[in-house]
Design a protein around this ligand. Structure first.
Ligand code: NDP
Ligand code: PYC
Length: 344
């Protein structure tokens, strides 16, 4: 049952177990295996719980579209390659990424503990999710983490107007005392593609500086930008970071760049298909057996940030999480109706 107190409100509050069951039902109905549906529902509901509108239950609609494109393998079990030093490799076999991550996580943690640094390489996955759920799954074990992945070539390099890069998120996490690690997670584009899509659906303009139209002119129209190119955040700096993601999380790990992912898509509009690189760092090993000092230095830094009234990244998300745990996740009413329809 949804707990909808105000019929006139344009949002509904859904208890998290109920939202999880609904997400699972939608995904199973599309033909996904139980294991994929469970892993994807966990990621998607975590997004809505933390008020990440671009990567919450809206993804049930985009994943359904990806499935209907016929490109995604709905049943493939990820294959974990035999252990090889610090590198853990999982072949997702053209299925969605969350299950591949879950299957690779224990070996990644083990590699980081053994070598001080572990690398999880996920290949051949359809990727639709935010990266922070994976980062938090690593920091929960006392490790620092970094994650990179390309997407589809939607973003022009600084000084150009033709798409080359994906929206290429970079996420980082540092474990802290208490339940909430230091985490940031952002697209290297000025706006995430998911947010562009939400603006397109709502018929609202993007902020200035997010993209250019097909003639290379600055635009705030999400439709015109989708036909032209998105822009990197921070000009040449975001552009260089986006290039790094292509090199490190595509070329380096033997997988597709955002341009190759878009070629493979061939207009189907499915989620991007490529790899992901996750690194886990053990403070115990890397700090020379002085993890308490490493922790103390990091806490001094965080206190210097918050002490002057600035906030840490993810604080908004964590506050939303607390609220959702108490009151249920907030879902736009129209979106909820679409999801109920998908669930049959
Ligand atoms: P945002 O710009 O919303 O947020 C980026 C980060 O900055 C967050 O950690 C956020 O924390 C933090 N932040 C925001 N405002 C402040 C502030 N005033 N002070 C301190 N920190 C702040 O992220 P994006 O829109 O760029 O990305 C959204 C999501 O999209 C990400 O989770 C990303 O992984 C996902 N994505 C996935 C892609 C894929 O290929 N799979 C591609 C691109 C994006 P908080 O959340 O608390 O506001
Ligand atoms: O929001 O840019 C995005 C995105 C791409 C793939 C998944 N999310």
């Amino acid at each position: 049952m949804s707990h909808d107190t105000d019929a006139a409100a344009d949002t509904v509050q859904i208890p998290l177990p109920e939202l999880q069951a609904l997400a699972r039902r939608v995904l199973l109905r599309q033909g996904l295996s139980q294991a994929h549906a469970e892993a994807m529902a966990r990621t998607i509901v975590a997004g809505q719980r933390d008020a990440c509108q671009s990567h919450g239950v809206y993804r049930l609609i985009t994943c359904t579209h990806s499935i209907r494109s016929g490109k995604v393998d709905l049943q493939a079990e990820p294959v974990l390659a035999p252990a090889s030093g610090a590198v853990v490799r999982v072949d997702a076999r053209h299925a969605f990424s969350p299950l591949a991550f879950e299957r690779g996580l224990p070996a990644l943690l083990q590699a980081a503990r053994t070598h001080g640094l572990g690398a999880l390489v996920i290949n051949r996955c359809f990727h639709f999710s935010a990266l922070w759920p994976e980062i938090e799954a690593i920091t929960a074990h006392g490790l620092a983490a970094l994650a990179l992945t390309p997407s589809h070539a939607w973003v022009a390099p600084a000084g150009g107007s033709q798409p080359v890069f994906g929206t290429n998120p970079i996420a980082f996490g540092w474990p802290r005392p208490g339940p909430y690690p230091f985490v940031f997670d952002f697209a290297t584009s000025a706006i995430a593609r998911g947010d562009l899509e939400l603006h397109r659906r709502a018929g609202t303009p993007l902020p200035p500086g997010c993209g250019v139209d097909a003639q290379g002119r600055p635009s705030t129209d999400p439709v015109a930008i989708a036909q032209g190119a998105m822009l990197a955040f921070g000009g040449h700096k975001g552009s260089a970071l986006a290039a790094m993601v292509e090199v490190m999380a595509a070329a380096l790990i033997g997988d597709w760049t955002s341009a190759e992912s878009l070629d493979f898509d061939a207009g189907a509009g499915a989620a991007p298909c490529h790899g992901e690189l996750l690194l886990a760092f053990d403070p115990e090993r890397l700090s020379g057996q002085a993890p308490a000092q490493a922790q103390a230095r990091a806490e001094t830094l965080f206190a210097a940030i918050t002490g002057q009234g600035a906030r840490l990244p993810s604080e908004r998300r964590y506050a939303a999480r607390e609220r959702s745990l108490r009151e249920g996740a907030t879902v736009p009413r129209a979106l909820y109706a679409e999801i109920l329809a998908l669930a049959g």
